[in-house]
Design a protein around this ligand. Structure first.
Ligand code: BG6
Length: 614
């Protein structure tokens, strides 16, 4: 998830683009760049690191011109560096891009075979070369971009300049968001409205497959036209926006955490993109660096993590044991790093970390690697410390997570661990293509299920009012739902500061049942899965002691409806993907309790997004 901005008008483009990028920095901040057409040619300035570095570079080398494009990056293909920063230039053309080109490897091979030399490791540079080549025969930049995009598969929002057309910017989208702003004598484009609101409230939201030509000829009136990649002209309505710029950065949500909860369908879809072979029932994950032979030789899998990532690892264990038939050990980073653990060369140690920088997890990985174990990183930040140390990486693609309490990165981690389990299962012969297909089709349906769960957010807000005054809350679950109970409790602790405990429902009778009375709300995660009957028994035990039950149950479950005081319905989905669904109402529950208490939900007390100290 990167941020792009474009400007075509009468004013100096650079300051307007930099200001727009500043408002998009929540989308990515590992490098940035700008290209401005000064009427004679295109000047490009890029810098590694936060936007500040680019502003400093521009202070030293100001760019004149009233046509420009800019980018702030969240690396997915090609590590954060100046040469991988956008804009990417090829011949006459400069391109900024947000998204992932799925067939970039094949296109790169084709272009290389034609003698093209690449200056970066990015998928984006491919687009620049395709447009530049198309320009040789196309009547205009607009047509050249359309011809280039007809060869591309994947997700993109792009803005393009050509040396040969000083007054023209071309923008296009498929899968990634892009807005056009109609200002007074100027046209803008951006990844979201927050980048444009300083200049106009009149916006056009491009749809998938749209290509827009934005012209602001010197001394002439600005004009825009929109066509589809391969078809004719299309009309898109101009919408008047009444949000404040701050609201816009949060996409109209009150907090980044709530926005990120709603971004989960996209985060999961992006994490799956280009990695599924649905026909063959298999997973493409060459980047993890585990060959079929190595996969078969794995003696034991270690999953190591901290905080919310640890709960993802606990669920990863269920999938890897069940689908790949290899023993799995799950460890807290801080504990593993401080124990004389023994690792073998045929151990696979999987470090799960959103930031990729957590000290305890890093220390545990170092210990494992020192004893010859193979290390795989499941991380969200490209080229962070743990992936750099690991032999291979399976990146989640959730984009930057601003809220300290992790939400979209948790479900993206689950999606990545699910892919890993299927990948290992296929190579170890534990899964055949039919079962592989079934598992992957279930995973592909998850974003849609989460969409429907998010549709019930208001109802969950109502249930949350029952917890606002609770001093203690107990979360219960069995099997896959046990780590989800832990995660639900952690979310409530992190942001509402209430004491909450997650417990294996089967363990309740061995202790916590003593806590149950009419004052204690008990959240029971009880979908119709293999452990349903036992969980129903536990709910009865809680009700028998006047406990207040909030149940997460499969839609239509009358028995649970009759038992629980409050019920949150879950879609009827295959058991294996339920953890990606059951956590969503619990994230919302915690959010609404904390918001109702007036807490700083995005920056809760005493917590940090990344802990790089022991
Ligand atoms: C904590 C964060 O500091 O670290 C949690 O507040 C997170 O949200 C935990 O789960 C582990 O971080 P990471 O980056 O290793 O997943």
């Amino acid at each position: 998830m990167c941020g792009i901005v474009g400007y075509a008008g009468k004013q100096s483009a650079a300051p307007i683009i930099i200001d727009g990028l500043r408002r998009l920095e929540y989308r990515g901040y590992d490098s940035a760049g700008i290209a401005v057409h000064d009427g004679r040619g295109i000047e490009v300035v890029r810098a590694l690191g936060k936007l500040r570095a680019l502003s400093d570079a521009l202070a030293a080398r100001p760019l004149g011109g009233s046509l420009g494009i800019g980018h702030t990056r969240w690396a997915t293909h090609g590590r954060p560096s100046e040469e991988n920063a956008h804009p990417h230039v090829a011949g006459q053309v400069a391109v900024v891009h947000n998204g992932i080109i799925e067939n970039h490897a094949a296109l790169r091979r084709q272009l290389a075979a034609d003698g093209v030399r690449f200056a970066s490791d990015t998928d984006t540079e491919i687009i620049a070369h395709l447009v530049d080549r198309a320009l040789k025969s196309a009547p205009s930049l607009f047509e050249a971009v359309r011809a280039a995009l007809a060869q591309v598969t994947g997700a993109y929002a792009i803005a393009v300049l050509s040396k040969a057309e000083p007054g023209t910017m071309v923008a296009a989208r498929h899968g990634s968001p892009l807005v056009i702003g109609y200002g007074d004598g100027e046209l803008l484009c951006g990844s979201d409205i927050s980048a444009l609101l300083q200049h106009t409230r009149d916006m056009v939201f491009l749809e998938d497959g749209d290509v827009a030509e934005l012209k602001a000829p010197a001394g002439g009136a600005p004009a825009a036209r929109i066509h589809t990649v391969t078809g004719g002209a299309v009309e898109r309505p101009v919408k008047r926006i009444d949000w404040s710029p701050t609201m816009a950065e949060r996409g109209g949500f009150k907090h980044f955490m709530l926005k990120e909860i709603h971004e989960q369908p996209d985060a999961i879809a992006a994490t799956l993109r280009g990695r599924l072979d649905l026909e063959g029932g298999d997973v493409h994950a060459g980047e993890i660096g585990v060959s079929a032979e190595t996969a078969r030789a794995i003696r034991r899998v270690y999953l190591v993590a901290c905080g919310t990532s640890y709960h993802a690892a606990l669920i990863g264990r269920y999938w890897i044991e069940a689908l790949a038939r290899v023993p799995v050990v799950v460890e807290l980073g801080s504990e593993l790093a401080n124990r004389a653990a023994v690792f073998f060369e045929d151990d696979l140690v999987v470090a799960v970390s959103q930031s990729g920088e957590t000290f305890d997890t890093l220390a545990a990985v170092k210990a494992a690697k020192a004893q010859g174990a193979r290390v795989l990183a499941v991380a969200n930040v490209l080229d962070s410390a743990i992936p750099r140390l690991a032999h291979g990486s399976l990146y989640t693609r959730a984009g930057p997570e601003i809220g300290v309490a992790s939400t979209k990165c948790f479900t993206a981690q689950l999606a990545a661990l699910y892919l890993l389990a299927v990948y290992l299962g296929r190579r170890r012969g534990a899964l055949d293509d039919a079962r592989g297909r079934e598992l992957l089709e279930a995973l592909c349906a998850v974003p849609g299920h989460i969409h429907s769960l998010l549709g019930d957010a208001d109802y969950v807000r109502g249930v949350a009012t029952k917890l606002v005054d609770a001093k203690d809350v107990l979360f219960l679950g069995r099997g896959y739902n046990y780590p989800i109970a832990l995660e639900g409790a952690l979310k409530l602790k992190e942001i509402s500061y209430a004491h909450a405990e997650g417990y294996a429902a089967g363990e309740m009778k061995h202790g916590p049942i003593a806590l149950i009375d009419a004052e204690l709300p008990v959240v029971c995660i009880a979908p119709k899965d293999a452990s349903y009957d036992k969980t129903l028994g536990n709910v009865n035990e809680v009700r028998a002691r006047d406990g207040v039950v909030i149940a997460l149950a499969t839609r239509g479950d009358e028995a649970m409806h009759d038992l629980a005081q409050h019920i949150v319905w879950l879609p009827d989905a295959p058991e294996t993907v339920l953890p990606l669904l059951t956590v969503v109402p619990l994230q919302l529950l915690a959010y609404y309790v904390a918001a109702r208490k007036g807490h700083d939900v995005d920056q809760p007390r005493n917590l940090a997004k990344t802990v790089t100290v022991e």
